[in-house]
Design a protein around this ligand. Structure first.
Ligand code: GLN
Length: 202
């Protein structure tokens, strides 16, 4: 089975590890460059992107992760992870930088202060059965994708309500990003898609 690392500097690491194991991957935390070297792919969890950005530098992981991404390592980012894997960011603070990898512009905390969190059902291209049995998506101070460049493909949009039409899932080759947190719902189909992407890359 593929070995998938979960960036373990901050955020909801355990939930991703559990979902990846449920889908048959070997999942390990990554805090050091040597641990990064040992994995086939990397998940960047939800949490706080500004904190993770600082910790990536403090742990000497920023450049090594960028290098792996440039070399084609599969990656999946949820929420803060989506922000970190985006090429461009709106609403970052203190010169916040991203790792990049996906040709999108994300807007941090896009859904607004009034509605910090909301839930909706989504159809996501590539996620098994999601047209018939939508993915229940949980958004927590989430970003949305403001702009998609030619290298990236939209795979999910909000279907209804005030945010209808907003782009919340994007794929670029072996890199997948979602605004929401599939790791907190017990539905592991998004992780199943990512594990399959990783298998296909080996
Ligand atoms: N608002 C957070 C950030 O900017 C993301 C929130 C989350 O990951 N749930 O990083």
């Amino acid at each position: 089975s593929p070995t998938i690392g979960v960036l373990a500097l901050q955020g909801d690491v355990r939930e991703h590890v559990a979902a990846l194991r449920h889908e048959g991957a070997t999942a390990v935390g990554v805090r050091r460059p040597s641990e990064l070297d040992a994995v086939d792919a990397l998940v960047v969890p939800g949490g706080e992107s500004t904190t993770m950005d600082k910790l990536l530098r403090a742990f000497d992981l920023h450049e090594p992760v960028r290098e792996r991404l440039r070399a084609g390592m599969p990656a999946y980012g949820s929420c803060a992870g989506m922000i970190l894997l985006a090429d461009r960011i709106i609403g970052g603070i203190d010169g916040q930088q991203t790792l990049g990898g996906v040709d999108i512009t994300v807007r941090r905390n896009a859904f607004g202060r009034q509605v910090d969190s909301f839930e909706t059902d989504l159809v996501i291209d590539g996620v098994e059965d999601s047209a018939d049995d939508p993915v229940h998506a949980v958004f927590i101070r989430a970003p949305w994708v403001e702009d998609v460049g030619p290298a990236a493909t939209v795979v999910g949009r909000v279907g209804e309500g005030a945010a209808a039409g907003r782009i919340v899932a994007v794929r670029q080759g072996p890199v997948l990003v979602t605004s929401f947190h599939p790791e907190v719902t017990g539905d592991t189909r998004v992780h199943r898609l990512f594990v399959q992407i990783v298998r296909d890359s080996l």
